[in-house]
Design a protein around this ligand. Structure first.
Ligand SMILES: Cc1cc2nc3c(=O)[nH]c(=O)nc-3n(C[C@H](O)[C@H](O)[C@H](O)COP(=O)(O)O)c2cc1C
Length: 495
């Protein structure tokens, strides 16, 4: 039966007889019942679709998390990963179990704060959050998959080598963001063999072709500037002197990695401005070499953190004691670098929750909160790159703790989260507005075309941790395979 509902409902009750009114009443009730049945069917259908999406994403998320999180602790220390990985399930198992398609439905990433804008590159229902555009200050990023800084120890004599141009340009995409490995600001900044520097003109000149190679691919390139402080030994230091630090407390030898650290020398108060100047010069040199900006390494137990954290700062001068005093050195470095190259070229990496190389703070939340407020002092300071706390075991599964949101909310610029992320988790945190960008370490190391693989849901190359830190200019460095299109246009995995 076909009823013209609109016409029927428009019958004036006043103009109708009591019998008509009665029939009209009965019909109205029937119509109301029909309408609610219709909406219920619709609602149930939508709910079922939503549930299916949630289930598929949860199932993928669960599988991915289980496969991807290999460490009971978050492997965020650039040099402590070896030990951590021994304790862990091998996330290389996830290669080959990667979701075949990335067509999960995500809400479009929320619009970031006024300083930046976001635009979906596809319809909202098909959008892959990690592959959406993002404006980081003046940098128009074409996706949110960032190369995390990764020390590779292939820089002979601390002078950047041509093979680094191959390595970085392999990972460069038009509009992508790469952060180069930790790079020493001075001769005393070294703690590991064959790591790059940026304190001499020779080093600056050697960086130039590497930066050019990345820029030719259309990517943006930041240099991480670094001082290891006490994470060193006399042999690594000029004239065999003691490494410098906030403290004279020595790091215990690590029996597993065999690393032995020398007793550091506590910096005198009047020496500190000189170290601040080293960072200033490094930033200026980085810009001269062509980098788009610098990331100040304030994480992982190195010099800035040795001052920041109460476990390693036992000073009684104006750089020790209160939170403000402990952060003074880092704040001075940030101020100097901002003054030198401008806030719009400066990012800062922090790992308040980490305790690598015996560098921990009793109140990491207060520390992070204070540092983020200090970053905000500089209008337009480009990004805050924060490392997740160690993974926790929840319901028998290792999970990223996701505790960075308060700092993301408090920070005025772009926020980058790092540590243990895979494709599904990265998409989720971008879609949720938990972070603007996600930095990938080991997955990017082993997959030079990581954003492309995320886009097509391709399997990932397995990384080989035995080649993370070796001197070879090719093996484990530039020889990880790319996905290639075959003649039929289908994807062939060359791994
Ligand atoms: C081989 C290797 C080298 C690293 N070097 C650095 C470094 O130079 N600077 C830094 O801040 N973090 C460094 N890290 C930490 C990574 O940037 C990243 O935070 C960590 O690998 C966790 O991210 P992932 O789970 O995506 O790998 C290094 C990690 C690895 C595995």
């Amino acid at each position: 039966m076909c009823v013209d509902l609109a016409r029927f409902q428009s019958i004036s009750v006043d103009a109708a007889s009591p019998r008509t009114c009665f029939i009209a009443g009965i019909l109205s009730i029937l119509i109301a019942l029909l309408r609610s049945a219709w909406s219920w069917t619709n609602y149930s259908r939508q709910a079922t679709e939503l549930d299916a999406d949630r289930t598929s994403s949860r199932v993928l998320g669960v599988d991915d998390e289980e496969e991807a999180t290999q460490d009971s602790r978050n492997p965020t220390d650039s040099h402590a990963w070896e030990r951590q990985e021994k304790e862990a399930t091998d996330d290389n198992e996830m290669a080959g179990k990667w979701p075949k398609s990335n067509s999960m439905k995500y809400p479009a990433p929320p619009s970031p704060r006024s300083s930046s804008t976001s635009t979906s590159i596809e319809e909202a229902s098909e959008v892959i959050p990690l592959l959406t555009l993002f404006k980081m200050g003046q940098f128009e990023l074409s996706h949110r998959v960032v190369l995390a800084p990764l020390t590779r120890c292939r820089t002979y004599g601390n002078v950047p080598q041509p093979h680094a141009a191959v390595y970085y340009s392999q990972r460069a995409t038009k509009g992508g963001l790469l952060i180069a490995e930790a790079t020493g600001v001075s001769p005393t900044a070294q703690g590991y063999p064959d790591t790059p520097g940026i304190w001499t003109q020779e080093q600056v000149e050697a960086w130039k072709p590497i930066v050019d190679a990345v820029h030719r691919k259309g990517a943006f390139f930041f240099l991480q500037i670094w001082h290891v402080g006490r994470v060193s030994n006399n042999e690594m230091q000029p004239d065999g002197q003691a490494p410098i630090s906030s403290t004279d407390k020595q790091i215990s030898p690590d029996p597993e990695s065999g690393m032995v650290y020398s007793k550091p020398r506590r910096l005198r108060t009047e020496e500190i401005p000189g170290i601040v100047d080293d960072f200033r010069r490094a930033a200026r040199n980085a810009v001269e070499a062509g980098f788009d900006g610098v990331e100040i390494h304030g994480a992982h137990g190195y010099l800035l953190e040795q001052f920041m954290k109460d476990g390693t700062n036992d000073r009684d001068d104006c750089y020790g004691g209160s939170l403000e005093n402990r952060c003074r050195f880092a704040v001075e470095v940030i101020d100097a670098v901002v003054q030198e190259v401008g806030a719009r070229r400066v990012g800062v990496r922090l790992s308040p929750f980490a305790d690598f190389v015996e560098c921990a703070d009793a109140e990491p939340v207060a520390l992070a909160d204070y540092m983020v407020r200090q970053l905000n002092v500089h209008e337009g300071l480009l990004y805050c790159h924060m490392v997740e706390p160690r993974m926790t075991n929840v319901d028998g599964r290792r999970q990223i703790p996701h505790r960075l949101l308060p700092f993301r909310k408090a920070f005025n610029g772009t926020f980058i989260a790092a540590g243990g992320y895979d494709c599904a988790e990265g998409n989720k945190v971008v879609a949720d507005g938990y972070t603007d960008l996600v930095a990938y370490g080991r997955l990017f190391l082993a997959n030079p075309d990581l954003p492309r693989r995320f886009e097509v849901g391709a399997p990932l190359n397995k990384y080989d941790r035995s080649t993370f830190i070796i001197r070879d200019p090719v093996v484990g460095y530039t020889d990880y395979p790319f996905l290639e299109d075959d003649h039929n246009g289908d994807l062939t995995i060359l791994a």
